[in-house]
Design a protein around this ligand. Structure first.
Ligand code: NAD
Ligand code: ZN
Ligand code: ZN
Length: 350
């Protein structure tokens, strides 16, 4: 392996990422090093680079939590993956494995969890140090660029939809039809749900319709909650809010059917008002959802491998990362940008 690698680094919050040569990490006991083939760019990378959230990463750090690549080196004692395996290094980088949450398959909320591209260096680099117990195992037949968005945008929306408890034939409203939302629409259709897609961009809404949304609602016009309620005969049984905009949250709660569940996934910094009377009197559940477990990951990837969900990707290079983050911030990325590292070329379609 080479000694140095190219990486896009956050040196200070709110400043452009800097392309630097860093030492290629070497795997300690129980660790692996992955040679990056592709890495998706999530809106969370924008929040990370801006230091938007109360729990902050410590610059300098390398963002990116949709990194896919092949195992290039393994440390002592590693048995779950082999050199040459294609894996993904996701947001849930590692967890303790022993606490009440880990034991009950809620490792996503483990107090000792580490986060890829946040508390640990991530996929905006040619190599990634990873914990083999928490990497995603990429099914044969799925290329690195196709798999990348699934390991954050895909798993997060797949899990979030499950958290709505909506059943086949029932309605879900998906607020935000971008990187997460365009996959949420496809998962929802594959799960037999009726989909109402909500966005503030005409292009995203056209795309949502092409992906199978039964109804689309432009939240810039009129009263979007009333429109959803009318279209769904009383509100969506499940609402999934992926929009990185606070305004979408109060609207999402108002779109929820009586006894329905509104799942919060988008993470714009701040707070939003919850209308107590409506939530109480309509017996609405409002719940957060944070990526997904390793089991959710395998399921989310299986949908993609079977061709039932397909990420719409725009290929870019690492050198355009600041432009990509700026476009995401302005809502100008049609679906998902994936950085292609020009690969190891291990088959897969596409
Ligand atoms: P994105 O920029 O690709 O997509 C966001 C979409 O929301 C865009 O289509 C935009 O037009 C739309 N939008 C903006 N304002 C809106 C509004 N008021 N109403 C309806 N739609 C609106 O972003 P993304 O990568 O899909 O990420 C979305 C959010 O989800 C980010 O805040 C990100 O941090 C968060 N996220 C959370 C988790 C989790 O585990 N909870 C995981 C991944 C991402
Ligand atoms: Zn993400
Ligand atoms: Zn734990």
């Amino acid at each position: 392996m080479p000694k140095t690698m190219q990486a896009a680094v956050v040196e200070a919050f709110g400043k452009p990422l800097v392309l630097q040569e860093w030492l290629v990490p070497s795997p300690g006991p129980g660790q692996i090093v992955v040679k990056t083939e592709a890495c998706g760019v999530c809106h969370t990378d924008v929040h990370a680079a801006r230091g938007d959230w109360p729990v902050k990463p410590a610059p300098p750090f390398i963002p990116g939590h949709e990194g896919i690549g092949v195992v290039a080196a393994i440390g002592a004692g590693v048995t779950v993956v082999r050199e040459g395996d294609r894996v993904g290094v996701p947001w849930l980088y590692s967890a303790c494995g022993h606490c009440e949450y880990c034991l009950s398959a809620w490792e996503t909320v483990c107090a000792q969890a580490e986060f890829g591209g946040y508390t640990k260096n991530g996929g905006f680099a040619e190599y990634i140090l990873a914990d083999p117990d928490y990497v995603a195992h990429i099914p044969a037949g799925l290329s690195a660029t196709e798999a990348a968005p699934i390991i954050c945008a895909g798993i997060t929306t797949y899990k979030g939809l499950k958290q709505t408890n909506a059943r086949p034939g029932e309605w879900v409203a998906i607020s935000g039809a971008g990187g997460l939302g365009h996959l949420a629409i496809q998962y929802a259709k594959a799960m037999g749900l009726l989909v109402c897609a909500v966005d503030i961009d005409a292009g995203k809404l056209d795309h949502a319709r092409r992906l199978g949304a039964d109804v689309v609602v432009d939240a810039r016009h009129g009263d979007p909650a009333a429109t959803v309620k009318e279209a769904t005969g009383g509100g969506a049984h499940g609402v999934l809010i992926t929009a990185p905009s606070l305004g979408a949250f109060a609207q999402g709660v108002a779109m929820t059917r009586k006894r329905g569940t509104c799942v919060l996934v988008g993470l714009p910094p701040g707070e939003f008002p919850l209308p107590l009377f409506d939530v109480v009197a309509n017996c609405i559940s409002v719940t957060g959802s944070f990526v997904g477990t390793r089991k959710d990951m395998a399921e989310a990837l299986a949908f993609a491998a079977a061709g039932r969900v397909r990420a719409d990707i725009e290929i870019q290079t690492l050198s355009t990362i600041n432009e990509t983050l700026g476009r995401l911030e302005r809502g100008e990325v049609p679906s998902r940008v994936v950085i292609d590292f020009g690969g190891v070329g291990q088959g897969g379609r596409g």
